[in-house]
Design a protein around this ligand. Structure first.
Ligand SMILES: O=C(O)CCC(=O)C(=O)O
Length: 312
């Protein structure tokens, strides 16, 4: 696999960032985030995992050595319970708001950048093929405006054997690609069918960020180490472009809510910040109200009812 093309934060400017994303579909920026901020998020996440009994108690939690026989992933309820605690961590939500990252994302997406409020934490056990993220485009999951960017942030140094993300360079130029859904928990592009110029990869360290377009095909490398791989990914876009409201609220049946997420936060600064922005939702609130009354089947109506109530 070809190595990632790397950029240093000192050489970034809007034109070159946009050119790089335009041609390659990704940029890897080294040492962008403050190490202390990344490490603080790692401490919070590993504390949750230790408490849940996922990490060997005699080892430093930050070594991320899983307890023998423990390897959970979505949709296992044992995974979901712990993941919920991780998702609720204030420190995890704070990381995408780091000023250095905001500055770069403004260069890419525009001065009025929307930081999507629902980052995803990845808790990847080693040597477990069923937990490896297969090839996909984020647009398949996010909808809204395709001019959306994902930022992938490892919470610790991530050499290739720990399973960092890899990218199919130039794949964003091939439009929406076919994802298989049948018998799969998560849709994926079948092995060997994705169009692009070739896979690129390599180590991604704490402080580095891997930024890519919503149509860029990407997948995780297998975690062949004896440590968990912990990372997060979050999404950014121009706040003036359309936003899928499902990316702002909890449309599923899990019972998640922003009230529960924010319950233990110490600062109000980042609570509901997205509600204060004049976003162009598609479908709009009015359309969602109609969908909540008329959509078929009833499960869809229930989903729209949940969305409307959380956007109030
Ligand atoms: O970290 C992973 O395993 C998957 C990340 C991913 O698919 C994403 O950032 O969109």
């Amino acid at each position: 696999m070809k190595a990632f093309y790397e950029l240093k934060k000192s050489e970034l400017n809007p034109t070159m960032l946009q050119d790089e994303i335009g041609t390659k579909g990704y940029v890897l920026v080294r040492d962008l985030l403050r190490r202390e901020a990344v490490d603080a998020a790692l401490t919070d996440v590993t504390r949750v995992l230790s408490r849940a009994g996922w990490l060997q108690p005699e080892r430093d939690p930050k070594e991320r050595i899983p307890t023998l026989g423990v390897a959970y992933g979505d949709p296992d309820p044992r995974f979901k319970r712990v993941y919920q605690e991780v998702f609720n961590l204030e420190g995890l939500h704070r990381l995408p708001h780091e000023l250095a990252l905001q500055k770069v994302m403004k260069m890419l997406a525009g001065e009025q950048v929307l930081i999507h409020p629902k980052p995803i934490g990845r808790l990847i056990f080693p040597n477990c093929e069923r937990l490896v993220t297969h090839a996909h485009q984020d647009y398949e999951f996010m909808g809204g405006d395709p001019e959306l960017y994902t930022v992938w942030i490892p919470l610790h140094d991530c050499p290739i054997e720990i399973g960092p993300l890899r990218i199919l360079e130039g794949s964003h130029r091939h439009g929406i690609q076919h994802h298989e859904r049948e018998n799969l928990h998560v849709p994926e592009i079948p092995e060997g069918t994705a169009a692009g110029d070739g896979w690129v990869g390599g180590h991604v360290n704490a402080g580095d960020v891997l930024i890519f377009h919503s149509l860029t095909v990407h997948a995780a490398s297998p975690n062949l180490s004896d440590q968990m791989r912990l990372s997060m990914d979050c999404r950014f876009q121009d706040a003036r472009r359309i936003v899928n409201p499902a990316n702002l609220v909890f449309a599923g049946e899990s019972g998640k809510s922003w009230e529960k997420t924010y319950a233990d936060w110490t600062s109000a600064e980042l609570k509901y910040y997205w509600k204060k922005l004049p976003l162009m939702l598609q479908p709009s609130k009015e359309e969602l109200v109609l969908l909540a009354e008329r959509a078929e089947p009833p499960a869809k109506r229930a989903k729209y009812v949940r969305m409307v109530s959380q956007l109030e």
